[in-house]
Ligand binder design. Sequence first.
Ligand code: SF4
Length: 502
Amino acid sequence: MSSAPITASLLYDLAQCPRRVELDMFRDPTEREPISAFVEMLWRRGAAWEAEVLADAGADILDLSGLAPDVREARTLEAMQAGAPLIYGGRITAGDRVGVPDLLRRTGDGYLPIDIKSGRGEEGGGDEGDGKPKLHYAVQLALYVDVLQTLGFGAGLRGAIWDVRGEEVDYLLDAPRGARNPSTLWDAYLELLAQARDIVARRTVTRPAANAGCKLCHWRGVCTRELEAAGDLTLIPTLGRALRDEVSATIPNLTALASADLTPFITESRTVFRGVGAERLRLFQLRARLLCDPSARPLLRVPVDLPTPRVDLFFDIEVDPLRDFTYLHGVLVRRGGDNSAETFHAFYADEVSPKGERDAFAQAYACLRAEPDAVIWYYSKYERTLYRKLQKAYPDVCSPDDIERLFDPARAVDLYNDVVTRATEWPTHDHSIKTLAKYLGFRWRDTDPSGAASIEWFDRWTRERDPAIRQRIVDYNEDDCRATRVLLDGIRQLAPPADTAA
Ligand code: SF4
């Protein structure tokens, strides 16, 4: 038996980063970074949402949440034996597995585990529930199912999420994960369970891997130092953990990749490494060379044809994904390429309601439409996706065709997907607007500029209505728009493409 229990939250973390599980368990906690205000806000809102859902769930619910763990476990078992219809905060164990599902609902002779989440029940897809189950939610439910089956209260390989939209999302754990992926979420659970047991028993040692979750992780200081000292391959933009693990036995780090002769690894368009073709491997080598060379400069891989309009509109929006609420649209207007005369327009939803969101959207849309000859510059597909969604929610503002015209590639450029990713290379670890604009010398006025921080400020502003917080949000958005302008001008200065192949 393992030395520490395998819990649902451990599997949740493991699905996102194995290193985190090992560090949480064995590393000196004083080495952790402070928990960010954003993460604390997520916890607070998660607890508030759970309380709200329970209040609506009615009286026919057995609440065991306040009891001591062993009492709770005994009472859960009794309640299931007695056939209680709905149990909140129960505790179930089997061997090394411990589960505390938010809810257990009687289904036939067994119990269906349900978790209450303050996020959406699925990822990807649109509003019509056509997304996919989240692995980190699924493995939690799978652990409960596993324990329930062992205890004789199974109700099949399924669970459910009660999500932030108030919907119950079914998790069918034995269904194929995709048309071309016959493996199931249950398979993934069994794999992660085995990996968790190896970690808690110290039969395996994990490695950090730079990933999107690091920014909010309390081990980011420890891991960043380790990654940099090792010259880890995941410091290369878009080279992730799986590929690093595949390649690193042969090419261990950045320096080795930068200087490697790739010929023995490449046959036509393929390589000996699973999951990477010849073209991508050469691209990663180019990125490794840029990172290893202190005098490296960003470059154009292929020519880009950037329009030079009379008016530039740099556009950025701020969205609270938990509220599903767009609270700010920022537009920086530059005429004739003159930075000294640029003007910034903020359209802020002062009322946190559909009316407030609609009015801010309508004003921003009018502003963007008012300059028919302008080019709109934005960073990532998000703005266009959100505008399509806002149009659906508020069809009196404009039509679907109006949105398509607004984002017509002839007058709107997604600088990230159409230019940075397609045509440029940078001596940086990622291609976020923050990283690239900072590389070019731009500085945000705020000491903690990030989308996550903005959401936390907005949450605070909804409760405190402090004008200083509102201004902080607007200033941050203005700086994001200005950073987009700095990046565009920086890209215009890049040297023309040279032969950079290995
Ligand atoms: S900082 Fe990144 S690599 Fe390290 S534990 Fe956290 S998520 Fe994992």
